[in-house]
Design a protein. Structure first.
Length: 46
């Protein structure tokens, strides 16, 4: 979804992602997050 995004400026912390079970490449290559990310156990966008 945000693969290779160099800048993203929307707060995703309120996204309902509890049913997401595959987060492959959700934020792969994303180099800059300026707002909170969604909270889901299947990805690590640190």
């Amino acid at each position: 979804m945000f693969e290779n995004a160099t800048s993203f400026n929307q707060d995703l912390s309120n996204w309902d992602v509890k049913n997401v079970d595959n987060c492959d490449y959700f934020c792969s290559g994303a180099t800059s997050w300026t707002k909170p990310k969604p909270h889901a156990p299947c990805w690590d966008c640190n």
